[in-house]
Write a protein that binds this ligand. Structure first.
Ligand code: GLC
Length: 508
C-alpha cells in the first residue's frame, strides 16, 4: 500500500511538471494567420451615401469606428436607392448579379461594392424595388425590404463572406435575422453566424397582415409564432425573438422600452427577452462635426479659442433678419416636427418665454399642424422668432454654431444626436431627461454640461429655460459651461468598445 501511495505522489508531481516539456517554440511570424472578426451591418440607410435620419449617421459612423480596430473586418449592406448620392455612386464597382428567391418570386439582384474608411459597403440593386425617390413610404415597403433581406442572405455565398455577426438595424433589416433562423441556419456555411439586432426607434415595427407571411415574406406558417404579435406580422418582434442579443441606442432607452409608455405595444416582448437586451449610447463622428474645420461655419472655433463663435452668432442673426444683438440669447430647435419631439410643450409656454429678451430659431419639417404653428409664431413675433420650414444641412450647421441654447424637450428619444452636435459646437442643450438625452446631458446644477428637466411638463421646461438664460447672463459661468459642453466626449471610442464586447458575448 505504502509503495502505491508513493508512486501516485510521484506520478502527480510528474504530471504537474509535464507542460514545461510540452512548450513549443512560437511559429515563425509569416505562418501565423490572423483571423479577423467578421461583422456585417444590414441597414436601410448609411451616411454619407443615403440619409434620412439618425440611423444613417449611426450606421456610417459606428462602422467606421469599429473598422479602426484591425482585428475587425467590417462590412455594410444597403439597398441601392435612386437617391444614393451621385458623387459616390459613380465610383461603385459592379461585382456581379444573382437571382434571389422570395416566396414564388425570383428577382434580379445586382451587387455593387465600394470601400470607404476601411469599411466595405455593398449595394443591392433592383430597379423595380429601389428606383424611386426617397427610401420609404411605399405601399410595398414590406416586399421591398423582404427582397433586400433575402438578397443579403443570398449575397453572402456570392461574395464568399460569412460573417461571425450579422448586425441588423431596425425593422427594415429584421427579416435578415428571421431568414437566418428559419431558413439559412440549416446550411453548413451559415450555421455559425450570430444575429444581433439594434432598435433605433421602437415606434416603427414593420407591421403587416398575417395573410402575407408565406406568400410575400416567404416564411413558412410553421414559424408564425415567431413573428406574430397582436394578430399581425410584426417584424421587429420577430427579430427580437430570433437574435442572440438585441440592443438599443442608449442605456436609459433600454430600460424605458420595458414600459408601456415608451414601447408602442412591445413592452411585454421586450420584458420577456430582457435577458438578452442592452443599451449602448450612440456617438457622433467628431471629424464630421468639428467647429474647428467645418466649412459651413461663418468662422471656425474650438474649445481653446471660443471667441470666433460670436461671429457665427452675429452672421446668423444677419442672415435670418434678426436684430444683431450679441447679448441676446438665441435658443434654437432643429427637429423633425412630430409629436414625440415635445412640440406641444413648446406650444404651451414659448410665448411666456418670449416675454424676455431672447430670440428663437426653428428649423425643421414634419406634421402640417406644427409647421403652420411655427410659421405663424414667426409672423407674430417678427425680429424675435424665425421659423425655417425645410431641411437644410448647411443652415443647420450655421444654427448649431451661431445659437447659444439648444432646446430638445422630447417625450421620448431613443438616443438623439442633435444635443451632442449642439454641445460640440458650444451651444448648450436643454433637454428632457429621457432616453439618450438623459444619458448624454447632465444638469448644470450638478456640475453637468447642460440643462435638464424630468417630467413631461411645459412649466418645468419653462423653468429650466429661464434658469439657462439666467446663467447665460453670468458671462464667467457661461463660458465655463460652454467649454464643458464642447469638451464632453461624444465620440464613438467608448461605445464602439461596448459593441465589441456585445459581439464577443454572442460568439462565446
Ligand atoms: C432614431 C432615433 C434617434 C436616434 C437615431 C440613431 O432616429 O429616433 O433618437 O438617435 O435613431 O440611433
Amino acid at each position: 500500500m505504502a509503495t502505491t501511495k508513493k508512486t501516485t505522489k510521484k506520478a502527480a508531481a510528474e504530471i504537474v511538471e509535464a507542460p514545461a516539456a510540452e512548450v513549443r517554440p512560437a511559429p515563425p511570424a509569416e505562418l501565423t494567420v490572423e483571423v479577423k472578426r467578421k461583422i456585417l451591418f444590414v441597414a436601410s440607410e448609411a451616411a454619407p451615401f443615403i440619409a434620412t435620419g439618425g440611423l444613417a449617421e449611426v450606421v456610417g459612423s459606428l462602422s467606421k469606428s469599429l473598422a479602426q480596430n484591425e482585428r475587425y473586418d467590417v462590412r455594410v449592406i444597403l439597398p441601392l436607392y435612386q437617391d444614393v448620392k451621385k458623387e459616390y455612386r459613380k465610383e461603385f464597382r459592379f461585382i456581379g448579379n444573382i437571382f434571389v428567391p422570395l416566396s414564388w418570386r425570383n428577382q434580379y439582384c445586382g451587387i455593387f461594392e465600394y470601400v470607404k474608411d476601411n469599411v466595405t459597403f455593398y449595394f443591392v440593386d433592383n430597379e423595380y424595388y429601389f428606383k424611386r425617390p426617397g427610401c420609404y413610404g411605399y405601399y410595398d415597403d414590406g416586399e421591398r425590404f423582404a427582397f433586400f433581406c433575402r438578397s443579403v442572405m443570398e449575397i453572402l455565398g456570392f461574395i464568399g463572406f460569412y460573417p461571425d455577426v450579422l448586425h441588423c438595424h431596425d425593422w427594415q433589416a429584421a427579416l435578415a435575422a428571421l431568414y437566418l433562423k428559419t431558413i439559412y441556419c440549416y446550411r453548413p456555411e451559415y450555421q455559425f453566424i450570430r444575429a444581433v439586432f439594434t432598435i433605433h426607434n421602437i415606434e416603427y415595427q414593420g407591421k403587416y397582415s398575417l395573410d402575407i407571411l408565406e406568400d410575400l415574406f416567404g416564411i413558412s406558417y410553421r414559424y408564425q409564432n415567431l413573428v406574430e404579435y397582436d394578430r399581425c406580422v410584426n417584424l421587429m418582434k420577430g427579430a427580437i425573438e430570433c437574435c442572440e442579443k438585441f440592443s438599443t441606442v442608449s442605456p436609459t432607452y433600454a430600460e424605458e422600452i420595458k414600459d408601456p409608455y415608451y414601447a408602442h405595444g412591445l413592452d411585454g416582448i421586450v420584458r420577456r427577452n430582457e435577458f438578452k437586451l442592452c443599451g449602448i449610447l450612440n456617438g457622433i463622428d467628431p471629424d464630421y462635426y468639428d467647429p474647428a474645420t467645418d466649412k459651413a461655419l461663418f468662422e471656425n472655433y474650438s474649445a481653446e479659442n471660443i471667441a470666433p463663435k460670436a461671429v457665427c452668432k452675429e452672421e446668423l442673426q444677419r442672415m435670418l433678419n434678426l436684430p444683431v444683438k450679441p447679448d441676446t440669447p438665441i435658443m434654437a430647435m432643429i427637429s423633425r416636427l412630430v409629436s414625440h419631439k415635445g412640440l406641444d410643450l413648446v406650444q404651451e409656454v414659448i410665448e411666456q418665454a418670449l416675454r424676455q429678451d431672447m430670440q428663437f430659431v426653428l428649423l425643421g419639417t414634419g406634421d402640417s399642424n406644427y409647421e403652420n404653428y411655427f410659421a405663424d409664431l414667426a409672423r407674430r413675433y417678427p425680429g424675435k422668432v424665425v421659423s425655417v420650414i425645410s431641411f437644410n444641412s448647411d443652415l443647420s450647421r450655421k444654427i448649431y454654431s451661431g445659437a447659444d441654447l439648444f432646446l430638445m424637450p422630447s417625450k421620448s428619444e431613443p438616443c438623439g444626436l442633435s444635443q451632442m452636435i449642439a454641445s460640440r459646437y458650444g451651444t448648450v442643450a436643454i433637454v428632457r431627461e429621457t432616453g439618450g438625452l438623459r444619458d448624454s446631458i447632465t444638469p448644470y446644477g450638478a456640475g453637468g454640461n447642460g440643462f435638464t428637466f424630468h417630467d413631461y411638463n411645459a412649466y418645468d421646461m419653462l423653468y429650466v429655460i429661464n434658469e439657462a438664460i439666467g446663467v447665460y447672463h453670468n458671462k464667467e459661468e457661461w463660458e465655463k459651461l460652454v467649454k464643458k459642453a464642447m469638451t464632453t466626449d461624444f465620440s464613438w471610442s467608448k461605445s464602439a468598445k461596448s459593441y465589441e464586447s456585445l459581439y464577443e458575448s454572442v460568439l462565446k
